[in-house]
Design a protein. Structure first.
Lengths: 204, 150
């Protein structure tokens, strides 16, 4: 089974559209935090059309439209969750200590997470924790959409470019109050991966 | 009284078929042979399939994108026990289990995960078991768990 893991879209339909044009999978998992960004309703229209498995990220917690979403979805023996199986807020990065990762996920199993917006594949004994990356707000040092295909439990990290100029243009024409800040931080430049890891590790 | 069952969405293919937006969960409307109204004009489904989990249909006569798909109230099958149509909830009083009156249902908004009761004034309540404890259409009220409105 091929599963497309699309996490942390954060209201960026331009990025999601480009990814969907490349998706060739049996199932799609929207791994939470598809809202919490500029163009939420447009993003939801795309999400609604997908027939995807939806997971509740922390950005969906306060919205009654998503109250019925589960924290986890299991496909093909792989557990998909936003940040951890029992909560959608813990921070796990490429640099988190092995012991802390095991404490959060347990000693065995394969988990696909997002939340910290950078791709990684951690193997700790019989435990494997994969971060699918972020479609709409990646911290990878490059402006693009990052996602993952999981086939028979094995991840293949993907990167998709999208029309950034169009996104900037339409965002600037929008009434979204955080548009300029979002553009400056996520579209005109990319947050370096190392800076994000340092930021999250300091908050663990 | 006419009840909305969907709206004509974007085309699918080149034969005049289209996605149904905000489709009714009642699949019988999305089968060949079904009859309903499109912006008030009687139409019949002449082809049906699904794509991306959503109904795709072609109707005759052809209709414009954005047209409202509706049926007469009398065409709807009766609801069973503990079942109701969304339109029947509009106007019902919403009361917490504590007895506090929260208001009346202005509309029922569909969501990608669950529907939401819109009570106006930014007060939205999720249509999930944890929140909605009792729906009494005949009695004109909905009882919800305490805490969701705070």
């Amino acid at each position: 089974m091929r599963v497309a893991a699309l996490y942390d879209v954060h209201g960026m339909p331009w990025a999601l559209e480009s990814v969907l044009a490349e998706v060739d999978a049996d199932e799609i998992v929207l791994g939470g935090d598809f809202v919490g960004g500029p163009y939420v309703e447009e993003t939801l229209a795309l999400v609604d059309a997908l027939g995807a498995h939806l997971i509740r990220g922390n950005a969906e917690d306060a919205d009654p439209r998503f109250a019925s979403l589960p924290l986890t979805v299991e496909l093909d023996g792989v557990v998909y969750c936003h940040a951890a199986p029992t909560a959608n807020t813990p921070l796990t990065t490429a640099a988190t200590l092995d012991a802390d990762v095991v404490e959060l996920f347990g000693p065995t199993g394969t988990f696909v997470i997002g939340h910290t917006h950078h791709q990684f594949d951690r193997r700790i004994g019989a435990l494997r924790v994969i971060n699918a990356g972020s479609v709409g707000m990646p911290y990878e040092g490059e402006v693009a959409a990052f996602w993952t295909v999981v086939e028979d439990g094995e991840p293949a990290f993907r990167k998709t470019t999208f029309d950034v100029e169009r996104a900037v243009r339409e965002l600037r024409a929008s009434t979204w109050p955080g548009a300029e800040e979002f553009i400056a931080e996520n579209l005109l430049q990319a947050v370096p991966r190392e800076a994000a890891i340092e930021h999250f590790e300091a908050r663990r | 009284m006419r009840i909305r069952i969907g709206r004509v969405g974007r085309p699918h293919g080149i034969d005049g078929a289209f996605f149904v937006e905000e489709p009714s969960e009642d699949e019988r409307w999305w089968k060949t042979g079904a009859r309903f109204l499109a912006d008030g004009t009687p139409v019949e489904v002449v082809a049906h399939r699904r794509s991306s989990g959503r109904p795709v249909i072609r109707v005759e006569p052809a209709v414009e994108r954005g047209a409202a798909l509706e049926v007469e109230r009398e065409q709807l099958p009766p609801t069973g026990e503990d079942e109701w149509y969304a339109f029947e909830l509009v106007g019902l009083e919403v009361v917490e289990e504590s007895g506090r009156v929260l208001g009346t249902v202005k509309s029922v908004e569909p969501g990608v995960a669950n529907d939401v009761l819109d009570l106006g004034g930014d007060l939205l309540l999720p249509m999930v078991e944890d929140c909605v404890r009792q729906v009494d259409v005949a009695g004109g009220r909905i009882v919800v768990a305490t805490g969701f409105a705070d």
